[in-house]
Design a binder for this molecule. Structure first.
Ligand code: V0D
Length: 247
């Protein structure tokens, strides 16, 4: 594929050996994108899936090792039933069209969040998608579905209490042992968090894991987030690391 001039310029400035290992993204602004165009909200989500496809491809090409996408929060159940139903059709649709490319690009799909409360068809789609890709050794694509960070921390505490109750934990709990009880157990913390659509909040996403992450915000709505924005975020991340290194 051809590159735009701005993509080329950014790529020349990016240091390939210092790509962030783990990038997390809050994909916000599908609804606002649709509203501005006089389209129904689901059109924004449909376009949002296209941006997911492109971002997965671009991240994998750049050498990002883990991409975590916030697809559905525990708060999102409060949206209109019709919208929630539409969103719940997306994982199955995603794998129908994307599985061949995920396999070609050696991408492994995983899920973080409370899967038990998701509709059966979503659980089935996610289970099949992660099983089919489980032996892929390239980028890990982590979808946060029905995810809330405080609930995750409470779940971890309760699992710790259980383990302690049957004598499986000896001594004190430290940060390292605690983090093993989170959904992100075997993953390193994100190096970079991206949030689209102008909101500058964390919104109950990876509260524990983002403790030391660089945060990058853009006004661009998720459906308009493109390769040039990903490159900008990575370039800014590297510039911050360079400045930090000099002190
Ligand atoms: C809507 C923008 C992919 C954010 C992207 C169920 C909100 C498009 C998935 C997906 C959603 C999830 C799991 C999986 C495979 C694909 C997805 C939801 C929403 C909520 F294993 N996009 N996407 N899931 N949107």
């Amino acid at each position: 594929m051809g590159m735009t001039e701005s993509e080329k310029e950014l790529l020349e400035k990016i240091e390939p050996e210092k790509i962030p290992d783990h990038v997390a993204i809050i994909m916000d602004g599908n609804g606002r994108w649709a509203l501005e165009r006089g389209l129904p909200r689901h059109e924004g989500h449909r376009q949002g899936v296209e941006t997911v496809r492109a971002t997965v491809r671009n991240s994998s090409e750049l050498g990002i090792k883990i991409l975590t996408l916030f697809a559905f929060s525990t708060e999102n159940w409060k949206r209109p039933v019709r919208e929630v139903n539409y969103l719940m059709s997306l994982p199955e649709k995603y794998f129908k069209t994307e599985l061949p490319e995920l396999m070609r690009n050696n991408v492994q799909v995983r899920l973080i969040g409370d899967r038990d409360k998701l509709p059966g068809k979503v659980q089935k789609a996610v289970k099949e998608g992660s099983e089919k890709t489980k032996n892929n050794s390239g980028m890990i694509l982590n979808f946060a579905l029905n995810y809330g960070s405080r609930a995750e921390i409470i779940m971890a505490v309760n699992r710790l209490i259980d383990q302690a109750g049957c004598g499986k934990i000896s001594g004190n709990v430290n940060e390292k042992t605690f983090s093993k009880y989170l959904y992100t157990a075997e993953l390193p913390d994100p190096d970079l968090l991206i949030r689209t659509s102008g909101e500058m909040r964390i919104s109950n996403f990876l509260l524990w894991q983002l403790a030391y992450s660089e945060l990058w915000f853009t006004d661009v709505y998720w459906p308009d987030f493109s390769k040039v924005h990903l490159l900008e975020a990575v370039y800014d991340y590297q510039a911050r690391k360079r400045r930090f290194g000099k002190i």
